[in-house]
Design a protein around this ligand. Structure first.
Ligand code: HEC
Ligand code: HEC
Length: 296
């Protein structure tokens, strides 16, 4: 599990490609194949709930080629650590996940293990998805199955870095914290939204420095130049109102009306409903105050 020294670079390179293509995230997010659930209250295992959770967990961003069909994969990026392609996760039986059972899909998403027992590599954020609750996972799987099947052969990634033997022991039953426990539920949403993947500093090996959770300071380079992930602990957000934080997450606009640059994933967080945003903010406000990263 400690073998991902260069994981961050892969993530960054991947994001770079994700954001560089014409339309990129925008196209995917507004694709006609996906209807907006609006700010309804999810929870039940309905297609609406599945889409809601899929967006909160940001699956489409990586699994769609810039300008391509949602979830058909084919976003490819060459890095010094390997050539990485995002697979086709539409229900096509031959080139997608159509032949996988629900249990196999669940194992792939939460444990990073395919039906053939091979391990899914970065930047698929398995370490965060391990905490995904059974209900939400089932909703996402149902949602994926309801998407149009697209034939699209995507080459397997090749990694020149060693992948870990596994991401941990098999995941058992996972229940989301009760929504009324705003702190815990907020933590849950931040985990599956993989916010801390960007908003926590990394050490020189590329590992997240958990002791500095949320302190920001990761430098992320791309065609837009350089962005630095912000400090989400109370030190960073102390003068911000809840409404201002909500606007930053959902609309990508700061307190002065400035638009954030990539790769902050607000396009995919824009449907997060008010109750859930409030839970996320409750959790962020309870983080240990920290000066802005980086770690070293
Ligand atoms: C940051 C980018 C990223 C995000 C976010 C992401 N994935 Fe992935 N995913 C990948 C990559 C890259 C691979 C392939 C890695 C490899 O080749 O080993 C992958 C592999 C998979 C696979 C295995 C498919 C196969 O044929 O091997 C499934 C299933 C999957 N992802 C589903 C999901 C779902 C569902 C979500 C959201 C809950 C999600 N992914 C979010 C990048 C991502
Ligand atoms: C792929 C990386 C990435 C992910 C994932 C991500 N962010 Fe960000 N976020 C950034 C970057 C980079 C910025 C700063 C952008 C800029 O400077 O223009 C930012 C800015 C912000 C800001 C503005 C703070 C300020 O001080 O201006 C907030 C709030 C925020 N993110 C919250 C979140 C939350 C909550 C999540 C998860 C639901 C999340 N982010 C997921 C990269 C990310």
């Amino acid at each position: 599990m400690r073998a991902f020294g260069h994981r961050i670079l892969i993530v960054v390179a991947f994001i770079l490609v994700a954001m560089a293509g014409p339309g990129a995230a925008q196209t995917a997010a507004t694709s006609p194949a996906v209807t907006s659930p609006g700010v309804t209250s999810p929870g039940a295992t309905s297609p609406g709930a599945g889409e809601y959770m899929m967006r909160a967990a940001d699956c489409m961003a990586c699994h769609t080629r810039p300008g391509g069909t949602p979830f058909a994969g084919g976003r490819e990026v060459g890095t010094p650590f390997g050539t990485i392609s995002s697979p086709n996760i539409t229900p096509d039986p031959d080139t997608g996940i159509g032949k996988w059972t629900d249990a196999q899909l669940a194992k792939a998403i939460r444990e990073g293990v395919r039906p053939d027992k091979s391990l899914i590599g970065p930047p698929m954020p398995i370490e965060f998805y391990r905490d995904m609750a059974d209900d939400d996972l089932a909703a996402i799987i149902a949602y994926l199955r309801a998407q149009p099947a697209v034939k699209n052969v995507v080459p397997r990634s090749t990694y020149r870095i060693p992948l870990p033997p596994s991401y941990g022991p098999p995941v058992g039953k996972v229940k989301a914290p009760a929504r009324r426990d705003k702190l815990k539920y907020g933590q849950y949403l931040v985990t599956i939204g993989h916010c801390m993947e960007c908003h926590t500093p990394r050490n020189e090996k590329g590992e997240l420095v958990r002791a500095k959770l949320g302190a920001g300071g990761q430098v992320i380079e791309g065609p837009w130049g350089k962005t630095v992930s912000r400090n989400l602990t109370p030190t960073g957000l102390k003068d911000w109102t809840d409404a201002q934080i909500a606007k930053a997450i959902r609309e990508g606009v700061d307190r002065n009306g400035q638009h954030y640059r990539p790769p902050m994933a607000y396009e995919f967080y824009k449907n997060i409903n008010d109750a859930d945003i409030s839970a996320i903010i409750t959790y962020l406000r309870a983080l240990k105050p920290q000066p802005m990263g980086p770690a070293n």
